[in-house]
Design a protein around this ligand. Structure first.
Ligand code: SF4
Ligand code: SF4
Length: 67
């Protein structure tokens, strides 16, 4: 199973990664980071196929995908 690493302190809640994920792995969570944004969480990490679309889409490069 691919492993996701999310540097959530820099997430800006834009939702691009959530929208692009073909497996609906990612969601914007309830919690906020130090900047006040609802940061992304891996809700269904077991469904990740390692396509890297989320990492490519993120404008702040906070997502790493390890296969
Ligand atoms: S690597 Fe692909 S399947 Fe996995 S969370 Fe990112 S967009 Fe979704
Ligand atoms: S694309 Fe990046 S900044 Fe936008 S919600 Fe996803 S992780 Fe956060």
């Amino acid at each position: 199973m691919p492993k996701l690493e999310l540097r959530t302190e820099n997430c800006k809640s834009c939702g691009f990664c959530v929208a692009v994920c073909p497996k609906k792995v990612l969601e914007l969570g309830e919690e906020v980071n130090k900047k006040g944004y609802h940061y992304v969480v891996a809700k269904r990490p077991e469904d990740c196929i390692g396509c890297m679309q989320c990492a490519i889409m993120c404008p702040d490069a906070i997502i790493e995908v390890y296969k």
